[in-house]
Design a protein around this ligand. Structure first.
Ligand SMILES: [Zn+2]
Length: 430
């Protein structure tokens, strides 16, 4: 038997193409592209999603996010509420009977959501996940809500409040609630005490169901963190812990120090760190300071090889830089926000690139968020899932049609990206 196999192997080598399918990739798709797309879309719709990043909740729930958009911000075309896709989403999810969101029509939808909120039943958001075939969803919220089922929605808490112990910025609301949670009345008397407060709050949040800690730091400061000596941070803490506002330079130095304490603790707790790494809302966002490459010195630092870093929103518009950073073993990314901002035809080339670099590092994400009383996180979940599934089917169909990868490989990549990478990272699918 063994000899027969050997003979066949020699024969097929000698005869070349005659025995094997052509494995030579080409720059153009074959005629089978439309059929492959249709087939893949059916299979991809059947894969349960693990959503790496979302802000589920009702529009008037102030714990949905740690920060809000200013009222006059510029809005990209697709995320304006006259986008007809939002009506399509509301029809698919609720049987919405209108094609627009004129105030008298939007009320139909807002009333429905008010009723669900009043009931407090966790079956409501579970039902949204079920309709979209989403198995598990990470809920990035200031605090968790009783109306979210903790079996389906896993908490990602915020770490930014630890950057602001000294004065009264927006962030102190969360710090105050963390202090209450940990039975701490005032700021600890010295830096060692504050480090202990930060470390123990992170551990406590993990015990309360936190599966990751998220940083929106890119909104407030550069993502470039220096590596200051402890004595310098100690001096700043001693000077300001009981009052006074440090200079911007001193404050940043203190943050850089305490950030590294958090990176170290996240590694010890095996608690992945999430970073906002894309252009942000609100018009004031600094592209240069928020550029994902600012994190390179930290994610490549050998001292932090036990800490997992997740580049949320995949760095867009620097998505290739973000993708290349995932060559580092403990770095991952997700495509949240891109899945709402970009149309399927625009997300398709992004996915085609990402999945052919480090496909075991790429994860689905929605960034679902409540826009207003009528257009909620529900419609946002729908847009992200629809955009991603169609774009993914298109990207994989092209790769197969161009003979770059096999059909089996395509489905393997789809499962990794939509579900398996995240399920493995956070430990267990359910
Ligand atoms: Zn987000």
């Amino acid at each position: 038997m063994k000899r027969l196999f050997h003979l066949l192997a020699v024969l097929s080598l000698a005869l070349g193409f005659a025995f094997s399918a052509p494995a030579q990739s080409t720059p153009y798709p074959s005629a089978n592209l439309p059929k492959l797309y249709e087939d893949f879309l059916v299979k991809i719709n059947a894969i349960p999603i693990y959503d790496n990043h979302a802000h589920p909740g009702y529009a008037d729930d102030s714990d949905v996010d740690a920060m809000a958009a200013p009222p006059e911000e510029s809005n990209v075309l697709r995320l304006r509420d006259d986008n007809p896709e939002f009506a399509t989403a509301a029809k698919a999810l609720f049987g919405y009977p209108y094609d627009d969101f004129k105030p008298e029509h939007a009320k139909w939808l807002a009333d429905r959501k008010k009723a669900a909120e009043k009931s407090g039943d966790s079956a409501y958001f579970n039902g949204i996940l079920d309709k979209l075939n989403v198995e598990t969803c990470l809920a990035n919220r200031a605090f968790m809500a009783p109306y979210l089922d903790s079996k389906r929605f896993h908490w990602v808490f915020f770490g930014d409040s630890f950057f602001y112990p000294f004065d009264n910025r927006d962030q102190t609301a969360s710090t105050a609630r963390y202090k209450k949670q940990m039975n701490v009345d005032a700021l600890p008397a010295n830096l060692a005490g504050y480090e202990d407060f930060v470390r123990s709050t992170m551990a406590d949040n993990q015990k309360r169901g936190g599966v990751a800690v998220k940083f929106e730091a890119a909104y407030f400061r550069t993502l470039y963190f220096t590596d200051p000596a402890r004595e310098k941070a100690d001096a700043i803490y001693l000077k300001y812990h009981s009052g006074g506002v440090p200079s911007a330079e001193d404050y940043r130095l203190f943050q850089d120090y305490i950030f590294r304490v958090m990176v170290d603790q996240a590694g010890k707790l095996k608690l992945p760190m999430h970073f906002h790494t894309a252009v942000g809302i609100g018009d004031y966002f600094s592209l240069r300071q928020g550029n994902v490459l600012n994190l390179e010195n930290v994610v490549r630092d050998a001292r932090y090889k036990n800490t997992t870093f997740v580049l949320v929103h995949g760095g867009w518009p620097y998505e290739r830089e973000a993708a290349l950073l995932t060559a580092v073993k403990n770095v991952y990314l997700d495509t949240s926000f891109q899945s709402e901002l970009l149309y399927p035809s625009q997300l398709k080339p992004v996915l085609k690139q990402l999945l052919t670099l480090y496909p075991d590092k790429m994860m689905y994400g929605s960034d679902a968020f409540p826009f207003n009383d009528a257009l909620g996180a529900e419609e946002s979940f729908w847009i992200a899932a629809h955009t991603t599934r169609t774009a993914l089917a298109g990207a994989l169909a092209e790769l197969v049609s161009e003979h770059a990868i096999s059909e089996d490989k395509a489905m393997e990549l789809a499962r990794l990206y939509l579900h398996d990478n995240a399920a493995k990272l956070y430990g267990g699918a359910k």
